[in-house]
Design a protein around this ligand. Structure first.
Ligand code: SF4
Ligand code: SF4
Length: 339
């Protein structure tokens, strides 16, 4: 049995905010919950739950057959940078805070340093993850990185929900940590604040209504969603912005500049560059990951312009109502009507 404190010390040495240990075991409750939500049709058609083997997703032994434990980590990304809304004639669209930089890539690099030590020192086999492949949130809940908020996001007692998660699945026996004894209790603020009523009950999101999920789904948005979309270009954090558990979290210095995008991007730029230029300019950030639909971002830019109602952008929107792609044309039609 490896001393967990040794690993936590390594985490500190490599600049990781929190490390806790989970046992490598099937997460049966999580698998049942995901299946139930999939069967209830709560996911969008572009999401891969429809194809994925959920039992394998919820059991890290499917990626590393001899896995004994998971070193789970979180890194806070809350900074005090100001959001730039652009200027008259050049309004900007919001980027969700978690993707102002590529914290996943940064955390993976730090975790790889720990993995290297464990491989060399203890002959461990290790696989490093962040934001892909394994059931991160249930693992984080199981070992006390945090607890589930009613918005279905993990909340850490120190850093709130302003965290990215990462893991080292490995073959070492390490003493596991317990879940944290905390929760939302009788708070329902996020459920009431969600502009599309996507939190259909505590801990359950209807992703067909969730702006965060819809920003990467390509199609015509229903008017009632478009009208509360605001100036979002990618993602939505309203349910986190208003959460009392996030109220007193101290801002940190940016931990990385990998894939820096910042809090907002010019909406006109998104409509005027092509996909190759976009992917080149914002490379190394998740907003250019291969599963990101560039056309959905252009649709988002149009909806945001329709909500901002800057008269200088009207001629472009009017032109786009005649665009050959019906999603773009109809979205521009909605935007023009909303002026
Ligand atoms: S991300 Fe936005 S749309 Fe989705 S549940 Fe939270 S507040 Fe609602
Ligand atoms: S707003 Fe309230 S209910 Fe929602 S996650 Fe935060 S504490 Fe929980």
């Amino acid at each position: 049995m490896i001393d967990a404190q040794q690993i936590k010390n390594l985490g500190q040495e490599f600049g990781i905010d929190t490390i806790r240990i989970a046992k490598a075991q099937p997460l049966l409750d999580a698998a049942a919950r995901i299946k139930q939500q999939r069967n209830a049709g709560l996911y969008l058609p572009n999401e891969d739950w429809h194809r994925r083997n959920i039992d394998e997703f919820c059991d890290v032994r499917s990626v590393l057959p001899g896995a004994k434990s998971i070193i789970a980590a979180c890194q806070c990304y809350l900074t005090d940078e100001r959001i730039h809304n652009g200027a008259s004639g050049n309004p900007y669209g919001l980027i969700a805070r978690y993707t102002w930089r590529n914290h996943y890539s940064d955390l993976r690099k730090r975790l790889r340093k720990i993995a290297l030590v464990l491989e060399k020192r203890h002959g461990a086999e290790c696989m490093v993850y962040s934001n892909s492949g394994i059931a991160e949130k249930p693992i984080a809940q199981q070992c006390g990185i945090g607890y589930y908020g009613k918005h279905s996001i993990i909340i850490n007692p120190t850093f709130g929900s302003w965290i990215v998660l990462g893991e080292i699945v490995n073959t070492l026996e390490i003493e596991p940590d317990a879940p944290v004894d905390a929760g939302c209790r009788d708070c329902t603020i996020c459920i009431e604040a969600c502009p599309t009523n996507a939190i259909i009950k505590p801990y359950v999101i209807d992703r067909r209504l969730c702006i965060q999920a819809l920003t990467n789904w390509y199609g015509v948005l229903p008017h009632e969603i478009a009208s509360v979309w605001g100036n979002r270009l990618y993602g939505c954090t309203i349910c986190q912005d208003i959460c009392p558990a996030n109220r007193n979290v101290a801002a940190v210095r940016p931990r990385t500049d990998i894939g820096y995008v910042g809090p907002s991007i010019s909406l006109l730029e998104i409509l005027q560059i092509d996909e190759a230029q976009y992917r080149g300019k914002y490379a190394n950030n998740q907003i250019t990951a291969n599963w990101i639909n560039f056309k959905a971002l252009q649709r988002n830019a149009i909806i945001a312009l329709g909500n901002i109602r800057d008269p200088k952008t009207l001629p472009l929107l009017e032109k786009l109502t005649k665009y050959h792609d019906p999603v773009i044309a109809q979205s521009a039609g909605w935007a023009v009507d909303n002026f």
